[in-house]
Every structure is written in C-alpha cells, then in structure tokens.
Write a protein that binds this ligand. Structure first.
Ligand SMILES: NC(=O)c1ccc[n+]([C@@H]2O[C@H](COP(=O)([O-])OP(=O)(O)OC[C@H]3O[C@@H](n4cnc5c(N)ncnc54)[C@H](OP(=O)(O)O)[C@@H]3O)[C@@H](O)[C@H]2O)c1
Length: 318
C-alpha cells in the first residue's frame, strides 16, 4: 500500500537548496503540513550530537536526505577532500541516528557520479559496482555510494527501510548560477548572457564538447522522489533520469539557439571532459513506482533561461 505522506512528519535535509526548494513547494502544494526543514545554520549534519538531539526532539517518520556538498567538474576538482568527507559523514551519521530513533523510512538521494567510469551506456543499476568512477568526481560519487552500502546493511541487520535513488544531472529554474560551483547548463546560460551583455563574439567552454550527458528537469525529479517515497520499499538502487542523451556541443548549440546567441562556441581542450558518456536506463523507476520524466529538454531549457533572465533583470532594477 502507498504511504500516505499527509499523515507523516517528514524531515527534508537540504530543503533550501535547488532540489530541496522544489520538493518542499510541491509537498506544501499537496497539503502536507508536518514538514521539518532545518537549515545548515540550525543543524549541521556533520555534527553527530546535534543530529541526535534534533532527531530525538523532533521525531520525524520519514527523512528525505538531499543535503550535500556538490558542484560541477571544476568544484569537484578543487574540493575532492571536502566533498568526500562532508557527503560521507552526513550520510553515515544521519542513517545511524535515524535508525536509533526507529524512523519509518529513509529516502537517500545518491548521484550518477557513483557509476564506474567504464559503465556501458545506458547505465543500469546492476552495473554500479563494475569499477571505479571517473576520477574527477570519484570522491563525491563514492562518498554518496556508501549510503547505499549502509542502507543495505541496515536493512539486512536491523530491518531499517532505506531506499536509494540516483538522479542524473538536474537543471531548471532556481539552479545554481555561480560559475565557481555551477553545473553545465547554468554555466552555459550565464556565459552566453554575459557575452551578449558585453557584446562579445564568443564563449569558452571546458573540454572538447564530445562528452554526452543526460538531464532531468528538476520538477520531474521531485515527482520521482515523491512517487518513490510513497511506493518503493526495496534495497535496490534506482536511476532517476529522462532517458535522453545529448553531447555538450549539441547542448551548447541548443542553448545558444534558445538565447539567440550568434557568436562562436569555443571548446578549451586543455580542460577536462569528465566522464565520456552518461545516459541512464530508466526502466526500474517505471516498473517499481511508475516514474517517467515528462519535460522535454527544449521546454525545460526555455523555462530555465526565462527564469534566469528575469532574476538578472530583477537584480538590475533593485
Ligand atoms: N543538482 C544536480 O544536478 C544533482 C544531480 C544528482 C544528484 N543530486 C543530489 O541532489 C541533492 C540536492 O542537490 P542540489 O543541487 O539541490 O544541491 P544544493 O542546491 O547545493 O543544496 C544542497 C543543500 O545541502 C545543504 N547542506 C550542505 N552541507 C550541509 C551540512 N553540513 N549540514 C546541513 N545541510 C547542508 C545546503 O544547505 P545551505 O544552503 O544552508 O548551505 C543546501 O541547502 C544532493 O544530494 C545531490 O547530491 C543533485
């Protein structure tokens, strides 16, 4: 039977981040009121005692763990130690303390950065352990993957119900547009916008443009997480994706077209490409909890660009 979320106390970690904000709005729009959404300043999830005190005081029924220290390829290369430690320790502490209070369900959000570098495309969940991840994001990807190991061990030993979802690259309104830490879509949008404002005739992107990626619109990711929280209760990890693959070059051209940018797109081959191909087999999510992404890349990009441009113009006016 589906879990009735309206009757549960639901804690969302990272509720004020990109994905968290959208999840929070959607749960509120569905009339779910018993929501716990501590910010990092109120509860640093790397502090075990603080987590213990918070959980024993608030006693959630469900935790949806979105909090993470994340960024694009540049941020991963600059912060491998921090990304490893923070993501590992947050997951480890939270799962352990949640088990101690007898939590009903833990929803862990993983990442496709956990897949091995040489995974055959499309990535299937069964191939998650065939090798080491692409070096640029391995510390982040492996730290998050340890939640899967812990989840499966805790289910086996303690009967603790954790599910583990692996979203592909997300994008959408509200994304992080800081070029120091952003992912590829906001980075391209921002670079094109800056070039247009400064009347520059080119933008420079990292790598050679040949790697492929898959993108999931953030609202679709939210639907997937909610469906899984309601319906899925198994140890096997599940991909959350859109099932469509595009090269970085084609993506940049598509964004340029949407933004009416006529300048050159230059690829800086001295910068790393990251993993060469990424695309998911999404059949398990459909079979287990009827999730299928709805938003076409062109439509999602249009909404993301419109959102970004309206924010920039708001800032200019204030
Ligand atoms: N974005 C993607 O493309 C993508 C793809 C696959 C998976 N994911 C996963 O989806 C989840 C959400 O990602 P996102 O893009 O929404 O990230 P985000 O915008 O950076 O949000 C992450 C949140 O985690 C919180 N956080 C970080 N360190 C914390 C700590 N020590 N204690 C408490 N809270 C802490 C941050 O709080 P503050 O704001 O207070 O710092 C922030 O609200 C992550 O688990 C990520 O790994 C994301």
């Amino acid at each position: 039977m589906d879990l009735d979320l309206a009757t549960k106390r639901i804690m969302i970690t990272g509720a004020h981040g990109f994905l968290g904000n959208k999840l929070l709005s959607e749960l509120q729009a569905r009339g779910i009121r018993k929501l716990l959404t501590p910010r990092r300043a109120e509860l640093d999830l790397r502090e075990q005692t603080a987590v213990r005190l918070y959980l024993s005081a608030e006693h959630p029924d469900i935790i949806i763990h979105l909090a993470a220290n994340v960024g694009g390829i540049g941020a991963n290369l600059r912060n491998p130690g921090t990304y490893f430690y923070d993501n590992l320790i947050m997951g480890t502490i939270l799962l352990e303390e949640a088990r101690q209070i007898g939590l009903q369900k833990f929803v862990a959000i993983g990442t496709i950065c956990s897949y091995p570098k040489t995974t055959p495309v499309p990535f299937r969940e069964g191939d998650l352990w065939i090798g080491y991840p692409e070096e640029s994001n391995a510390p982040y990807g492996l730290a998050k993957k340890m939640m899967l190991v812990q989840a499966q061990a805790y289910r086996q030993q303690f009967g603790f119900n954790t599910i583990y979802l692996m979203p592909v690259n997300l994008y959408g309104p509200g994304d992080n547009f800081n070029l120091e830490t952003s992912h590829v879509i906001p980075a391209i949008i921002k670079k094109i916008d800056q070039a247009q404002r400064l009347e520059e005739s080119e933008i420079i992107l990292w790598g050679d443009g040949t790697p492929t990626r898959e993108f999931l619109y953030v609202d679709d990711a939210v639907q997937g997480i909610i469906k899984a929280t309601e319906k899925y209760n198994d140890s096997e990890p599940v991909n959350l994706g859109s099932g469509s693959e595009i090269s970085i070059k084609a993506l940049a051209e598509l964004i340029a077209k949407e933004m009416n940018f006529k300048g050159k797109i230059i690829f800086d081959k001295s910068k790393p490409n990251g993993q060469q191909r990424r695309s998911l087999n999404c059949s398990r999510a459909y079979e287990k909890f009827s999730f299928k992404a709805q938003t076409k890349l062109e439509d999602g990009l249009r909404r993301t660009i419109d959102w970004y441009l309206s924010k920039v113009s708001e800032q200019e006016q204030s």
